[in-house]
Design a protein around this ligand. Structure first.
Ligand code: NAD
Length: 473
């Protein structure tokens, strides 16, 4: 089904695409093929509430581009889910995968429920029915379309989807490869939970490492002591803030959530804020912090790095003139709309685009999918071998120098990598390599900004793939 959706978020993604596409010499028909959303399944299904009454739930799955299979993208549970939003998010997935070299097409799913007000039982019934609908229409499968978590969903929902698939596709050789972001105990991969936020941290680190880019912003290179405000303390926002603080030594001065924001110029302990929210149901009232009742206002406070990690369209023409960050790091998908981007850039604010910055999630999802297809975890194959090679090296060193390395230190040097260590290292490498690639394209081709470089790179890669495939039949 060819789709022509309307909506502010979709319009922004579409305009970002057109702006970069205008800089290519690609045939307009091929560009249209790259831009078009290939198929959308819109469904409505009944679910029983806990009191036995029936509610009809609306949901979608969009497969944006089949130039690579399977297609891949998260599932969002939110009362604001729409067909336009799902298609826009699916398109971003196509470009994101191309940017970080993940060999998948883009997809996305959305289920229109408010995850905060539903019981666990209701969520499970909705999730399993949604999965069953996808299975019936061949919109899910290890080599077809592989969902993952997104806003409002997590490991638990992915586990239910895997179990539903396994039960309905008994003969599938790799049933767990039908979905990623599963619990580790259900063939998930260590490191997936924090992957997107950790990737955001690495992306910001790469950006701040370039002294030449920081100078015009009036910033010294490096994350240490930079003042950071984060919007959204969910999966992405929490882990991004956590690593910025713990590894980057940044000061998290503000956290904005649904219920309001908190601010402390001396820095907030991210893990303690998350515990406080768990205990009290709100981030407000955190000891030593100022409460900001209008959450969105916190985004306008002065800081070095603003990390919107909640939802799209948070910075628009309405508030962009008041943003006082030097860098806006798009951890969420589409937090800055097209008009706002123009305003921020005119005001000399640097943007790290979502299509690159939050690609850590799909990168590690790719590793999980590979693990499920292979039926073996990566560390199982390399850990012992690495340990033996390292032991020999260390013992040779000891013989040659006549110095014995102390036991604990020696064990650390010798130990083979765990699955999580392998995943974390490969994620870091992907984020670093991709940043430098985009930066080179930006500078070498004299492009206006990093987002244009990212879209241009993605468009050219996807177009090249389509060109080689030719047109069927
Ligand atoms: P999540 O559901 O885990 O967390 C979202 C958080 O944002 C919640 O704590 C929620 O209360 C908060 N929030 C909602 N509305 C808000 C508002 N108006 N102001 C402040 N906070 C608000 O979702 P997530 O998985 O962290 O996803 C966040 C964003 O990152 C989304 O745009 C998503 O598409 C994107 N993303 C997620 C992943 C992933 O792996 N989960 C990967 C790539 C991109």
């Amino acid at each position: 089904m060819e789709c022509m959706p309307r909506g502010a978020f979709f319009e922004s993604v579409s305009r970002y695409f057109d702006r970069a596409a205008a800089l290519t010499s690609i045939d307009p028909g091929l560009l249209d093929q790259v831009k078009s959303c290939n198929s959308v399944y819109r469904m409505r299904f009944p679910v029983k509430r806990d009191d036995g009454s029936i509610v009809v739930v609306e949901a979608y799955r969009a497969e944006h581009s089949h130039h690579r299979l399977p297609t891949k993208g998260g599932i969002r549970f939110s009362e604001d889910v729409s067909i336009d939003e799902t298609i826009a998010l699916a398109a971003l997935m196509t470009y994101k995968c191309a940017i970080v070299g993940v060999p998948f097409g883009g997809a996305k799913g959305g289920v229109r429920i408010d995850p905060r007000t539903t019981s666990d039982g209701f969520r499970e019934r909705v999730t399993r029915r949604y999965a069953a609908e996808l299975i019936r229409k061949n919109f899910i499968g290890p080599d077809i379309d592989v969902p993952a978590p997104d806003y409002g969903t997590g490991e638990r929902e992915m586990g239910w989807i895997a179990d539903t698939y396994k039960n309905l596709r008994m003969n599938s050789p790799h049933p767990y490869a039908c979905v990623t972001g599963k619990p580790v105990a259900m063939e998930g991969i260590a490191g997936r939970r924090q992957a997107t936020g950790l990737g955001v941290f690495h992306g910001i680190r790469c950006c701040l490492a370039r002294a030449g880019d920081m100078k015009p912003l009036g910033l010294t290179p490096g994350i240490a002591d930079k003042r950071v405000i984060v919007q959204g303390l969910g999966n992405v926002g929490y882990h991004a803030a956590f690593y910025l603080q713990s590894q980057g030594k940044a000061l998290i001065t503000g956290i904005a959530e649904r219920e309001g924001g908190i601010f402390n110029a001396n820095g907030l302990d991210v893990a303690a804020v998350a515990r406080h929210r768990l205990d009290t149901g709100s981030i407000l009232g955190f000891p030593g912090a100022e409460d900001v009742t209008q959450s969105l206002e916190l985004l306008e406070r002065e800081c070095d790095i603003l990390v919107p990690a909640a939802l799209e369209n948070q910075i628009t023409a309405a508030n962009a003139p008041r943003i006082r960050a030097r860098i806006v790091a798009e951890a969420a998908n589409g937090p800055v709309d097209f008009e706002a981007e123009k305003i921020l850039q005119e005001r000399g604010i640097f943007l790290i685009p979502d299509v690159y910055l939050n690609a850590g999630g799909v990168t590690v999802s790719y590793f999980e999918w590979l693990k499920n297809k292979a039926g073996v975890s990566f560390d199982r194959m390399v850990s012992r071998h690495e340990e033996l090679v390292k032991r020999e090296l260390v013992e040779q060193m000891e013989t040659m120098t006549g110095v014995d390395i102390p036991g604990e230190r020696k064990d650390r040097l010798i130990k083979g990598p765990s699955e999580e260590e392998l995943v974390v290292a490969a994620l870091e490498e992907t984020m670093i390599r991709s940043y430098h690639q985009l930066h080179n394209i930006w500078k070498e081709r004299d492009l206006p900004d990093l987002r244009t470089a990212a879209f241009l790179y993605a468009i050219e890669r996807v177009a090249e793939s389509y060109r080689h495939h030719g047109i069927f039949p």
